[in-house]
Design a protein around this ligand. Structure first.
Ligand SMILES: [Zn+2]
Length: 388
């Protein structure tokens, strides 16, 4: 399976210019191949193949020297993109491919990365030798991103990509540039997981960040709450200032800084939580709540946005799948109203924090009861049978 790791890169001004130029060349290549395909079809009533496009590119390169200012991989990859766009169209998933405008063409792809080997045939002896090669995109000895015909670009790997990098994409977003590495990672073999299969249901907390069906509670971290309070205070201060004044500008900067810090810390917290959950449990079940639905309830809205449940769930999903586990979403049907022990309904308003079943006598924390119901529903959904 492929996983994407995204990092900001910091090209110099002249490197940015070159990258923009390469983007323009690739875009032009895309558009002209699209037109070639159309014309070819009109003429011959059949599709122009990838191979013929490739041949044409080789011809063009002899005449058009600007095609040689960039490594050949990104140029060839353009045809794959076009092919993908056509396949999507034929499957009915997308409209007919359109000519790309400047704002729509923001990335180039290197289909190989780092170092590898290639076979070289000696024409005289007919023997093949295996030779080491360095691809057009790789890391240099300082750990920076090296692109041939462009040079080294500063990159900060906040967490190293685990596994072999299969391809690298350089992408422009506004004024910033990013490198996205696709890494091949074998999912952990299921036989390793088989004898330690653990399942869990997770309920999003209102007071707590989350509660697991085995009763584990994850609190919202105190440092985050303190930071959030300070953010609110500074936002209030800002709202009382005169717009566009010097003090106002300073305050805007201050608020933005705290905001970025809160977002970072929250993401960090979510990474840690999803990491240990996905390592401990092989089947993770959550409620399929579209946030929009829940925002209708104004009490819940605040806590959901604060807890960032959506991004947390996403982290959980890919971390579970990376470990070869299962990530299951269930419909939130009466998960908090039903008794996890006897299944009967025990109506309670949001303010009631304890589940007390008058039918069977079960007493549980409200969220713990919900998490148990979520787990049950999920296991039923995937027809889970525990290994005896
Ligand atoms: Zn009960």
């Amino acid at each position: 399976m492929l996983l994407n790791y995204k990092y900001e890169i910091y090209p110099s001004e002249s490197q940015k210019e070159t990258l923009e130029y390469w983007l323009a060349i690739c875009r032009q290549q895309y558009n002209s191949a699209l037109l070639d395909k159309l014309n070819y079809y009109r003429k011959y009533k059949k599709g122009l193949s990838h191979m013929l496009l490739q041949k044409q590119l080789t011809q063009d390169k002899k005449k058009l020297t600007f095609l040689k200012t960039l490594p050949s991989q990104p140029l060839q990859e353009v045809f794959f993109r076009l092919e993908k766009a056509y396949n999507k169209f034929f499957k009915g998933d997308a409209n007919y491919p359109k000519l790309k405008k400047h704002k729509d063409y923001t990335s180039i792809t290197f289909t190989q990365f780092g170092t590898g080997t290639r076979k070289v045939k000696n024409k005289k002896t007919g023997m093949t030798k295996i030779q080491p090669v360095r691809y057009a995109a790789s890391f240099d000895s300082d750990g920076n991103l090296f692109i041939s015909k462009l040079g080294s670009i500063k990159i900060i790997l906040h967490r190293k990509p685990e596994g072999n990098i299969k391809q690298a994409i350089i992408k422009r977003k506004g004024n910033r540039w990013f490198a996205i590495f696709s890494v091949e990672r074998p999912a952990n073999p299921p036989e390793i997981l088989a004898d330690l299969i653990k399942t869990t249901g997770i309920d999003v907390g209102i007071k707590k960040f989350a509660v697991l069906s085995d009763g584990t509670e994850i609190d919202n971290p105190t440092y985050l709450r303190i930071k959030e309070k300070s953010l609110k205070r500074q936002q209030k201060k800002l709202s009382r200032m005169k717009r566009s004044s010097n003090n106002w500008k300073k305050q805007v900067e201050k608020v933005q800084k705290i905001h970025a810090k809160v977002a970072n810390q929250r993401r960090d917290f979510q990474h840690k939580q999803s990491y240990w959950i996905s390592n401990k449990y092989s089947v993770v079940i959550v409620e399929d709540l579209t946030i929009r639905n829940m925002v209708k309830n104004r009490h819940l809205a605040k806590s959901i946005h604060d807890a960032g449940w959506g991004s947390f769930k996403h982290m959980l999903m890919y971390k579970c799948e990376r470990n070869g586990g299962f990530f299951v979403k269930v419909k939130p049907h009466y998960t908090s109203q039903n008794c996890s022990a006897c299944g009967r309904t025990v109506k309670k308003s949001l303010s009631i924090r304890t589940h007390l079943c008058k039918h069977c006598g079960t007493i549980l924390d409200r969220d713990h009861n919900a998490a148990m119901n979520i787990e049950k529903a999920g296991l039923q959904q995937i027809k889970w049978k525990p290994i005896a």
